[in-house]
Design a protein around this ligand. Structure first.
Ligand SMILES: [Zn+2]
Length: 128
């Protein structure tokens, strides 16, 4: 399974989840500053901001998914939601397109370049 071909809604959800973890990690760093109440409060506040941001992102993805078009994946036969002209199936990551002109063409990797999930993965590695 290629991460590059991830469904956009799933990708945003992963992003929101990683924001929660970042927020918790930042608050945890705050606890290490026992000597300085200002530094501790600053980290706590920053952590809360991250968690609030993730709530915002969850809300946003909820709005997006109501607007997303439901299609049946030709590959796995399951219902999936897609955003924009090009998206991947939520279940099998099969590239899908709404645009007839793009049909049959190779999935444009550059379209989803920022989806390289290396940031999320390294975040998880740090905590272990
Ligand atoms: Zn599928």
């Amino acid at each position: 399974m290629q991460l590059l071909f991830k469904n956009k809604i799933n990708k945003i959800r992963t992003f929101a989840l990683s924001l929660v973890f970042i927020g918790i990690a930042v608050m945890y760093i705050g606890l290490l500053f026992k000597g300085s109440q200002i530094a501790m409060a600053a980290f706590m506040l920053l952590g809360v901001i991250f968690v609030l941001m993730s709530t915002g992102v969850y809300f946003w993805v909820g709005m997006l998914s109501t607007k997303a078009i439901q299609v049946t994946c030709p590959e796995c036969g399951k219902w999936t939601k897609m955003l924009g002209r090009v998206d991947a199936c939520m279940h099998c990551s099969q590239p899908l397109t709404m645009d007839k002109a793009l049909e049959g063409k190779d999935f444009d990797v550059s379209y989803n370049r920022r989806s390289h999930a290396s940031n999320e993965e390294s975040e998880i590695d740090h905590k272990k």
